[in-house]
Design a protein around this ligand. Structure first.
Ligand code: NAD
Length: 260
């Protein structure tokens, strides 16, 4: 049964559940980074409000019209260059440091969890730190792409000569299998899954809460709009992650320390 947001009562309940968790896991989406200035995809201010994903975010678009693809990614890369972790990223790192979370599974490619101090981060959709060649499998630093774009060129693979792309999962591509298997494994073994800032509309990431619940985990969902899995959650928190999560993390860590 869901308890809809009546902060601070929900904060108390969520903090209590977290304080009692032994192998907690967080699953994050683009909503955890909007307060760092990085737009999500699907909300009204999101990236897909003005751009058709079929033209810039599919493997076929990358191959068909790399100029258009890179015009979009050039903007994303420059946004990311100035982005810093926000209080939601720091709260998740504090929960890990306090022994409450064992891992953060993220659909984000921005690296802000690691920048905030999270140590065990499972990146389901790749990252924007690296470039990758879809033809020969070469992986290297993103500077191969940024330097080429700054010189007015499209980036080519130093090994096979084909075009390289950021090491992110595009539509029409498979998720990195090792990352998905790891995410599934931690969700099967967790006793609490905290979902933050995801529309839970993109599979297979959106299957993970069901995996965790099937194996007995308590689910907490924090998002600023309803998600299709709210009915599975013990607590649904409706609000901005950077405002709602820090007091929850602080209380949970304090309670955990007080029973040590
Ligand atoms: P999504 O855009 O589908 O959903 C984001 C959700 O977060 C929405 O429901 C939105 O209402 C909510 N939200 C936005 N700001 C919030 C805030 N401050 N607090 C609480 N909720 C907030 O994103 P998703 O579920 O992550 O979808 C997955 C796709 O988005 C992935 O492919 C991922 O790679 C990609 N993506 C990543 C980034 C990034 O790395 N920062 C940015 C855009 C998209």
């Amino acid at each position: 049964m869901s308890i809809f947001s009546e902060i601070p009562r929900d904060i108390e309940i969520a903090a209590g559940l977290l304080a009692n968790a032994h192998r907690g896991v967080a699953l994050t989406g683009a909503g955890v980074s909007t307060e760092s200035g990085l737009p999500d995809f699907r909300s009204p201010q999101g990236l897909w409000a003005n751009v058709n994903p079929l033209e810039v975010a599919t493997l076929s678009a990358f191959r068909r019209s790399p100029e258009k693809f890179y015009a979009f990614y050039r903007t994303r890369l420059s946004m990311l260059a100035g982005a810093r972790p926000n209080p939601a990223h720091h709260a998740l790192a504090d929960l890990e440091g306090g022994g409450i979370l064992q891992a953060v599974i993220t659909q984000n490619v921005d690296g802000l969890h690691q920048a905030a101090g999270s140590r065990h981060v499972v990146e389901l959709h790749g990252n924007l730190r690296e470039a990758a060649c879809p033809d020969c499998g070469w992986v290297g630093p993103i500077q191969v792409i940024t330097e080429a774009l700054n010189d007015g060129r499209l980036p080519d693979c130093g090994r096979c000569g084909h075009r390289v792309k950021p090491n992110v999962v595009l539509f029409e591509e498979l998720l990195p299998l090792a990352a998905y298997h790891e995410a599934e494994a931690v969700c099967r073994s967790t006793d609490l899954l905290l979902v933050v800032g995801s529309s839970l509309a993109v599979t297979p990431a959106a299957w993970l809460p069901e995996v965790a619940c099937k194996h007995g985990a308590v689910l907490i969902i924090l998002n600023d709009e309803p998600t299709p899995l709210d009915h599975l959650a013990r607590v649904v928190l409706r609000g901005r992650a950077g405002q709602v999560l820090p007091p929850i993390a602080e209380q949970a860590v304090q309670r955990r320390e007080s029973v040590r």
